[in-house]
Design a protein around this ligand. Structure first.
Ligand SMILES: [Zn+2]
Length: 303
């Protein structure tokens, strides 16, 4: 008999951790629907009466339908209004499962605070909830953070440490939820092995189709623009803010499963790399998340 058990899958992690690529793959599994960053729903509610032209603020479409200026079969205006009207709580996962006909809903909000909020819902179901913590090494994060915000790398390293520690604490306090760490650097090149490990964690069967995720339509809110490139046909292009262009150029034309983004190695100077290591807890957290620190340091300082 087919296992009909519902699955609610929370993705935790920092920005720039590569989670959009992973959640795109999960979406292409026949049992799963990637809803995207559901922590945006309160903003959807706040702006529901407006029609924004800003590609980053959209109120009734998923990322790709918004780019294509087409109606979204999942996130219609009336559906968004309906689910926001009663206040957003854990029932959103059940509603989405019914709407999409999938037993598993992937929430890629990444924010431990959002999971914490959902855990406090009166209808929270720990027995249906799984946590996948997607991580990337602290140097790579600090580099992306510096580029995006202009802030010094030591600040980025602190943010990296704090989000990751909070993610571990949120998944594992009170009732510990089933919890799996996925390291971007491994996922990017050992994709099939990593997807099999994730499927086994979730109790679902791996399918070859997950390696061609772009063949299954996705209706996901938010996420990293460059991870949506494989979905585009030749005559389509992403209409996104200028600040995303460099990242998109870097990823376009690169084959999925054969490329790790290592721009941080050249992008950070010696002093910046040293500063990151001086932040208390960064080395320990790196090790705690399953990295071999010696390997990362070799990569960082022999470039
Ligand atoms: Zn859509």
């Amino acid at each position: 008999m087919e296992n009909k058990r519902r699955l609610n899958i929370f993705i935790l992690g920092t920005p720039f951790c590569g989670s959009t690529l992973l959640t795109n793959c999960l979406n292409s599994h026949k049992d799963l629907f990637t809803a995207g960053e559901l922590n945006r729903m309160p903003a959807f509610k706040q702006f529901a009466h407006l029609r924004m032209n800003d590609p980053e603020i959209y109120t009734d479409k998923c990322f790709l339908c918004n780019q294509r200026q087409q109606e979204c079969p999942v996130w219609s205006h009336s559906f968004v209004n309906e689910i926001c009207s009663g206040g957003i709580n854990f029932s959103i996962y059940e509603i989405l499962a019914q709407r999409t006909g999938k037993k598993g809903i992937v929430d890629s909000s990444k924010d431990p605070g959002w999971l914490s909020k959902m855990r406090q819902s009166s209808n929270f179901k720990p027995d249906q909830t799984f946590v996948i913590h997607v991580v990337r090494n602290p140097f790579a994060f600090a580099y992306s953070w510096k580029k995006k915000t202009g802030m010094p790398v030591w600040k980025g390293a602190e943010i990296w440490r704090d989000i990751n520690i909070r993610a571990i604490m949120t998944a594992n306090h009170d009732i510990s939820l089933p919890y799996l760490v996925v390291r971007y650097e491994q996922f990017a090149v050992n994709t099939e092995t990593e997807l099999k490990r994730i499927c086994s964690f979730l109790g679902i069967e791996f399918s070859e189709g997950m390696l061609k995720f772009w063949e299954v339509p996705i209706h996901s809110i938010g996420g990293n623009a460059s991870a949506y490139l494989p979905y585009l046909k030749e005559n389509e292009s992403l209409n996104v803010p200028k600040k995303w262009h460099e990242g998109i150029r870097h990823h376009s034309g690169r084959k999925f499963g054969e490329h790790v983004d290592r721009r941080w190695i050249q992008g950070l100077n010696f002093h910046e790399k040293s500063e990151i290591l001086k932040i208390s807890g960064v080395s320990d957290t790196t090790t705690l998340l399953g990295y071999n620190l010696a390997d990362i340091l070799k990569e960082a300082f022999t470039a």
